[in-house]
Write a protein that binds this ligand. Structure first.
Ligand SMILES: Cc1cc2nc3c(=O)[nH]c(=O)nc-3n(C[C@H](O)[C@H](O)[C@H](O)COP(=O)(O)OP(=O)(O)OC[C@H]3O[C@@H](n4cnc5c(N)ncnc54)[C@H](O)[C@@H]3O)c2cc1C
Length: 447
């Protein structure tokens, strides 16, 4: 099979590395003829999870057939290269929806399993892996096996959240959820401070299946952590009669890189103030099409160019419930004190930890920040944020990471040793290896 050697990156455009790309056309072509390789779906992880510097990267984008759809039961079987966009186009008109979705539909099924992605409904429905009925995998010795919670369970739970390091996921069988139409019923609540924001997110009276908060990352002092809590659910027939259904907005594009100065404390501060007024001012419930509701950034193609040529880091961490308020407050204080603007700051509530041994979610609150890379000072700041996260018993999300140290990773992921024993059993030579796994010392030194 032809191999193309070229430079690629994750969505954050940092780091950029030379990799050997191979693009099989069919499931039968998925074979392991490189000493060390990693699968790559849509490359929407931000850092180096789907990179393999000077090694093989298997692009799964063409292995993307939808194989079987049981419309009575809402069970879908598809090749792991299929994107959520392709799946949604097939299932939404039939009255079904994804049980869990990240904030972009341009991700592959395999990527969703490997990162055990979470959505705005984690506190109600758990993460992606909790809804996967079975996986077909290709292992390091070339064998093909089925695994599920009941069959080869240890391989299954090492693969869910395992960042592609246990094998290639070939097919995924997923349980969907029923919907009545494609609209969402949404309600916004504004909070003038972090205290109020936490109060709203813990208020059972306003909680909804999907809950997320936007935070004004530039606010400080008594307004530190001010934001808007956005709650929603799939609309019922009564809530969204046919003639009232919302339509998705037209797609836009960022044609070239923004200059480095475009995102600065002044411009982001001004944007945040406007956004806070506009979104926080929506006091009445309203209907939204599911596309802008779940995937607002997908409407702007190449939005990652906004951060300039040097790219950006998305720092996403979770802090457990007991220490969440203090931890998030300390993180926001450190951030606003640094005067490094984060264009995006999002807070979500997470429910109980799942069974994926390297999965990110744990019961608590997750904060995500997009930080442009201007100089090395950013990495000094991020190391300080790691310390705060560790002090509060939390962890950083590997699917977003580009710079965590091996030592910090071990401290944050206590189930690593248990995962490693399973990895060594199914991939003793560490053939499935990525730039992320080598940086974090995951899976040993060879590979
Ligand atoms: C705008 C945006 C919003 C996002 N929002 C969220 C969110 O709300 N919640 C969340 O959890 N994540 C979120 N993410 C992160 C994203 O969902 C994950 O990084 C996901 O893994 C990306 O899927 P992908 O197909 O692009 O995978 P890639 O980036 O290509 O790969 C990610 C990992 O999956 C592995 N992998 C991919 N395919 C396979 C396969 N077939 N077999 C084995 N391993 C495989 C890769 O080896 C790699 O380790 C967001 C990303 C973006 C860009």
């Amino acid at each position: 099979m032809p191999v193309l050697t070229t430079s690629i990156s994750g969505w954050g455009r940092y780091p950029v590395q030379t990799c050997e790309l191979e693009r099989p056309e069919r499931y039968a072509d998925l074979r392991l003829d490189a000493a060390c390789l990693i699968a790559r779906g849509q490359g929407r992880s931000y850092g180096d999870a789907a990179l393999n510097e000077n090694g093989r990267v298997l692009l799964t984008g063409r292995v993307n057939r939808l194989l079987d759809f049981d419309m009575e039961q809402g069970i879908l079987r598809a090749e792991a290269g299929a994107t959520l966009a392709e799946i949604l186009a097939a299932i939404v008109p039939q009255g079904w929806f994804l049980p869990v979705t990240p904030g972009t539909k341009f991700v592959s099924l395999g990527g969703c399993v490997a990162a055990d992605v979470h959505g705005k409904n984690h506190h109600h429905d758990g993460s992606f892996g909790a809804h996967v009925l079975a996986l077909e995998m290709i292992l390091a010795d070339g064998s093909r096996v089925t695994c599920s919670p009941a069959e080869n369970g240890e391989l299954f739970w090492a693969t869910v959240g395992g960042m592609g390091l246990t094998g290639i996921i070939g097919e995924v069988t997923l349980k969907l959820i029923p919907i009545k139409n494609s609209s969402m019923m949404v309600r916004h609540h504004s909070a003038g401070s972090l205290e109020q924001l936490f109060g709203l997110m813990q208020d059972a009276a306003i909680d909804d299946r999907y809950t997320v908060a936007w935070i004004d990352s530039m606010a400080s002092g008594s307004r530190l952590g001010r934001g808007v809590v956005m709650c929603g659910h799939h609309a019922s027939m009564q809530e969204a009669p046919l003639d009232s259904r919302a339509k998705p907005a037209r797609a836009r594009n960022i044609p070239r890189d923004f200059p480095a100065w475009a995102l600065n404390p002044l411009s982001i501060g001004a944007f945040n103030a406007l956004y806070y007024q506009r979104e926080g001012g929506k006091r009445e419930p309203f209907l939204s099409d599911y596309l802008p509701y779940f995937y607002p950034l997908d409407a702007i193609a190449n939005w990652n160019r906004m951060y300039g040529k040097q790219g950006f880091v998305q720092y996403q961490c979770v802090i457990p419930d007991a220490t969440a308020f203090d931890g998030i407050k300390a993180l926001l204080q450190e951030l606003s004190g640094s005067r490094r603007p984060s264009f995006l700051a999002v807070l979500k509530r997470l429910g109980a930890q799942g069974k994926g041994l390297l999965s990110f979610p744990m019961a608590g609150y997750t904060l995500a920040l997009d930080l442009p890379i201007r100089d090395d000072g950013l990495f000094t700041l991020l190391n300080k944020l790691d310390e705060i996260v560790l002090q509060h018993g939390g962890r950083v999300y590997l699917a977003k990471d580009a710079r965590l140290s091996a030592e910090t990773f071990r401290a944050m992921y206590p189930r690593y040793e248990q995962w490693l024993a399973i990895k060594n059993k199914f991939d003793p030579q560490n053939r499935f290896s990525s730039s992320l796994s080598r940086r974090l010392g995951i899976g040993g030194t060879h590979g």
